[in-house]
Design a protein around this ligand. Structure first.
Ligand SMILES: [Zn+2]
Length: 253
């Protein structure tokens, strides 16, 4: 049996994720926005916490940690380069490290914050990108430059198309509305609009799209395309210039 990914809604629009091993009944948690929903999921699924991986230091990704660890003591993993701003770490890694017996690769993902990382689980074909590349969009550049985020997205874009992208927030609808301004594939846009309406009606999570499908609608994966440069009113500009312009427009949207 392979590991199972549980998507947990937290706070207003955050996601946490449990990666559960069905044989050992232990789970790895990605980010801890709040304790309650994660504790509920652990008890509902009959799981014990085996490890906690932190993507970045923002409060809405770490504040649930103390209450969670009280109920489920488990080692906490985070970026050694950002250890001063993260909760106390039991295991400080550096981007590029492989964790959990080789099941997880840490990918450097600066842009939203300088110390942000993403977690790639190759066997699960899953990329946990938190607030860097997101479903149909990408996170705000609080600390990094457009160059940082462009390079981050480029690292993700090198992964296979059937990799599923799990981001830290449910911004899919707003991101898709914005993406529609930058020449997405029309058929993919319309299919995803219908799908999001269905997911909203069911109250189901919107994250977990494939990189292949993101390459059809997510403008930040399409900045090399002439029609996207045109839509950003920067015909002939470099992919990085188009990327920076689209991200700037989102800040003002
Ligand atoms: Zn954040």
């Amino acid at each position: 049996m392979s590991d199972t990914i549980h998507i947990i809604r937290c706070l207003k629009d955050n996601y946490a994720f449990l990666i559960a091993n069905p044989e050992t009944r232990t789970a790895t948690l990605i980010d801890a926005p709040e304790a309650g929903p994660v504790l509920d999921a652990l008890s509902r699924e009959g799981l014990t916490l085996g490890a906690v991986l932190l993507s970045h230091h923002h409060w809405d990704h770490v504040d649930g940690l103390p209450a969670l660890l009280q109920a489920h003591p488990a080692p906490v993993y985070g970026n050694s380069n950002d250890a001063a701003r993260l909760p106390a770490l039991d295991h400080a890694f550096v981007p590029g490290d492989s964790l959990l017996g080789g099941r997880c690769q840490v990918i450097d993902a600066p842009g939203h914050t300088l110390g942000q990382v993403a977690f790639h689980f190759p066997a699960l074909k899953a990329l946990f990108s938190a607030d860097s590349l997101m479903t149909h969009g990408c996170g705000r550049l609080f600390e990094g430059t457009p160059e940082d985020m462009f390079a981050t997205v480029g690292r993700f874009d090198a992964l296979p198309g059937d990799t599923r992208l799990y981001s830290g927030h449910d911004y899919a609808q707003a991101n898709l509305d914005f993406a529609a301004r930058f020449a997405p594939d029309p058929a993919a846009l319309s299919a995803r609009r219908n799908e999001l309406a269905q997911l909203a009606a069911q109250g189901a999570p919107t994250t977990g799209t494939t990189l292949a499908s993101e390459r059809l609608v997510n403008p930040y994966l399409r900045t090399h395309l002439p029609e996207v440069a045109q839509a950003a009113e920067l015909p002939g500009a470099t992919a990085l210039q188009v990327f920076a312009e689209i991200r700037k427009r989102k800040d003002n949207a």
